[in-house]
Ligand binder design. Structure first.
Ligand code: PEP
Ligand code: MN
Length: 338
């Protein structure tokens, strides 16, 4: 971290600042120029409050040269993290497709979709039980019953399952769930992140609607700093001024995240676009951008879905898309080996 001081700083204030920085075990290198003095801070600056320093009278500017995230940082862990989900590997060249309905609606519905997506090549089944809806009058999910039906489908079809948690009080219901999803709206629910950091389940962390890439990584840091290193990052579109899509898919986040972090990165083209017709092209593009996997909504009867029907692929549409995705994934994997 570099602290640029204002011209002729007050000596007492400068001494206070230096004492405070030293109390955090930081080494301070002072460079005095004709007009300005620069303090170079060496050591672990992750706990230093940059805004607090910036607000001091004697400080002109502060710049972090080291990222504030450590556990997820590729600099300290150059190898890709590979997450084992009940024998299915994700990350480090292992590409997986997660698919299923937005919400579990009934036993027949989740069983049918599960069978279709498995036959088409998906390796993990998704299905929401606790649904974060913008309106309290919309379908809120089958809650505990939804998880029960999803687990029944898991046993019947033989696929690991992922479902969203909205509150830590729901955790006892997640014992047999293979991946716990933290939705976009909860990306910065820090108490939830810390609590899930104390579990050993893989966590799919979705990027918040208006969150920066660094904020996503800092949220991953919350989970990892609490002890759970099995975090999967998910780009699911961010809010912009564009109205043709539900969100704007920030595909550049994929190579940026993979450069900054060793964690697996997957893309959700369904919530990113909100339009089923856009899901195939965005799935292919996300795969080409280097994503480690995709999470795609599929419904057996999209026009009658209780949630997100407009962005759901039919089983046939999904089955036609998977081989195209896998071709691109193979090309990307081949390119990475060269
Ligand atoms: C979902 O996966 O159904 C969901 C609600 O996702 P997001 O949190 O990305 O909106
Ligand atoms: Mn959905």
């Amino acid at each position: 971290m570099i602290v640029l001081l204002k011209k002729d700083p007050d000596v007492r204030q400068l001494q206070n600042l230096m004492d405070w920085l030293k109390s955090m075990s930081l080494e301070i290198h002072v460079s005095k120029g004709a007009n300005y003095t620069v303090l170079g801070l060496v050591g672990d600056t992750s706990a230093v409050d940059i805004d607090l320093i910036q607000a001091l009278d004697i400080v002109e500017n502060v710049k972090r040269i080291q990222e504030p995230f450590k556990s997820s940082n590729r600099k300290f862990h150059p190898e890709d993290t590979v997450i084992d989900i009940n024998g299915i590997k994700l990350g480090g060249g292992h590409f997986q497709i997660i698919a299923g309905p937005c919400s579990v609606e009934s036993e027949a519905q989740v069983f049918e979709v599960a069978k279709c997506v498995k036959a088409a090549g998906a390796s993990i089944l998704r299905g929401g039980a606790f649904k974060p809806r913008s309106s309290p009058y919309s379908f809120q999910g089958l809650r505990g019953e939804g998880i029960r039906l999803l687990l029944k489908a898991k046993a019947a079809v033989g696929m690991p399952v992922i479902t969203e948690i909205m509150d830590i009080s729901q955790l006892p219901l997640f014992d047999e769930v293979d991946i716990i999803q933290i939705g976009a709206r909860n990306m910065q629910n820090f108490e939830l992140l810390k609590a899930l950091g104390k579990t050993s389940k893989p966590i799919l962390l979705k990027r918040g609607l208006s969150s920066t890439i660094e904020e996503l990584l800092m949220s991953a840091e919350y989970i990892m700093a609490s002890g759970n290193e099995r975090v999967i990052l998910c780009e699911r579109g961010i809010r912009t001024f564009e109205t043709h899509t539900r969100n704007t898919l920030d595909l550049s986040a994929v190579p940026i995240l993979k450069k900054l972090s060793h964690l697996p990165v997957i893309v959700d083209p369904s919530h990113a676009t909100g339009v089923a017709a856009l899901v195939p092209s965005m799935s292919l593009a996300a795969t080409a951008a280097g994503a480690d996997g995709l999470i795609i909504e599929v419904h057996n009867d999209p026009p009658h879905a209780l949630c997100d029907g407009a962005q759901s692929l039919t089983p046939e549409g999904f089955a036609a898309l998977v081989p195209r995705i896998l071709k691109i994934a193979a090309i990307v994997r081949e390119g990475a080996r060269q």
